[in-house]
Design a protein around this ligand. Structure first.
Ligand code: PMP
Length: 426
């Protein structure tokens, strides 16, 4: 039997994220992945600089994660969550309540990040209804924000900069304020809160919640901002009866140097979304947590229940592997892993700032970003990276590294060296 991946079929019939059926860019056939290495069908080994979009923090094909899945299949792979429950879900929700900022007490298990955001938005609107506010159904969101690809989530992504401007006429109109421009290590400027203050003062009667990615804005621009903005934003929202939704889908589980990015500002949001690294990148799973007062107010609104319930809610396989991944995170001393990566990225990427093609170099936690002056040609730059044995997928002007936490110094050096060699030509 010929086991070769039919790449022509793939090209002609299968959508990949954000690709065209008229001019598809190549999708490289992967035979296997182990540790931090992705092995292509032709035998090429690539050091993974992407953690498969923030998710694979412990590396691929991890024995403990594999075993968690195998063991779980022996009792049940799935049962509906309507009217039934099981140990993997209960254990996971206990753990999540335990490790997230104090006060988050109720968990909704969703099946992807975008769905977790939809649920968070519904929670906020239902909570306001439960408090007797019929018109508080709008959101405040930040420019450069990114929250997912479903309609509710799209409506709070940056309306210009995001990939969703095509649908702008179809989406509800929310309030957008400028994302803070001050990096975490710069002196804070109170002026960055002015727009939020004015919007709250003028429109809070219409607003259910402020939604943001805490400290690190991911797919909308790979930007880092000052924790003081978040701290004061939480306070301002509270004064105006507006909830704060922290979308930690990308930032959660250690990536920024804290277990959750909200910890940089020492705040508890009213609602928090988690996803991506929750299963160590093994399966799709997400969670939306909220505080007790929010949960009670949701349950007081006319519907009396949270209006959401996906087929694969609380999937036991996903919960079991998430439990094993959270155990590994603690065992592996993630703080040290992330601190080491941060230091090496800071030192190693610094020379990029001298390249004529480069606008900015920034590092925060285990995330290193080189912002170019112009958008890069993704397929060309990827070819150059693959030649050097690394897997990096830029978008727009941003070329970035966010490796699995288990990457060795030598492997990370190979990734950084590839940046230094490739980027002057783009
Ligand atoms: N929120 C943020 C901050 C994200 O980075 C993403 C994914 N890029 C999402 C939400 C959506 O998650 P998913 O792709 O799992 O639907």
């Amino acid at each position: 039997m010929n086991n070769k991946i039919d790449i022509e079929f793939d090209k002609q019939h299968i959508w990949h994220p954000y690709t065209s059926m008229l001019a598809p860019i190549p999708a490289y056939p992967v035979a296997s992945a182990t540790g931090v290495k992705i092995r292509l069908e032709d035998g090429t080994e690539l050091i993974d600089g992407m953690s498969s979009w923030w998710s694979v923090v412990h590396g691929y094909n991890h024995e403990k994660l594999n075993n968690a899945l195998i063991e779980q299949t022996k009792s049940m792979s799935h049962v509906m969550f309507g009217g039934l429950t099981h140990q993997p879900a209960v254990t996971l929700c206990k753990k999540l309540i335990d490790i997230t900022p104090i006060g988050l007490e109720h968990v909704f298990l969703a099946d992807s990040g975008s769905v977790a955001v939809e649920v968070a938005m519904k929670m906020a609107i239902q909570c306001q209804l439960g408090r007797g506010f019929e018109n508080r159904n709008k959101f405040i969101a930040l420019t450069f924000g990114y929250h997912g690809d479903t309609f509710g989530a799209m409506s709070v992504c940056d309306p210009v900069n995001s990939m969703h401007s095509l649908y702008s006429d179809l989406m509800p109109k929310h309030f957008f304020i400028d994302a803070p421009n001050i990096k975490p290590n710069e002196p804070f400027d109170q002026n960055s809160l002015k727009q939020l203050k004015t919007t709250l003062e003028n429109h809070s009667g219409q607003i259910a919640a402020l939604i943001l990615e805490p400290i690190v804005q991911g797919a909308g621009g790979m930007r880092f901002y000052h924790p003081e903005f978040l701290r004061q934003a939480k306070h301002l929202c509270q004064q105006h009866g507006v909830l704060l939704i922290a979308d930690e889908i990308a930032t959660g589980f250690g990536r920024t140097g804290k277990l959750f990015a909200c910890e940089h500002a020492e705040i508890t949001p009213d609602i928090m979304c988690l996803g991506k690294a929750i299963t160590g990148g093994y399966m799709t799973l997400a969670a939306t947590l909220c505080t007790e007062p929010v949960a009670k107010d949701i349950s007081r609104c006319e519907a009396g229940v949270i209006m959401h319930g996906p087929t694969f809610m609380g999937n036991p396989l996903a919960c079991a592997v998430a439990n094993a991944s959270l155990d590994l995170l603690a065992e592996n001393n993630w703080q040290q892993q992330v601190a080491n990566i941060e230091q090496q990225l800071t030192d190693g990427l610094a020379p990029c700032s001298k390249f004529e093609s480069v606008a900015d170099v920034r590092v925060f936690g285990a995330i290193g970003v080189v912002e170019m002056n112009n958008p890069v040609n993704v397929s060309e730059v990827q070819k150059a990276f693959i030649k050097r044995g690394v897997w990096v997928r830029p978008f727009g002007k941003n070329v970035y590294i966010m490796p699995p936490f288990v990457i060795s110094q030598q492997e990370l050096k190979q990734l950084i060296d590839a940046f230094i060699e490739v980027l002057p030509d783009f």
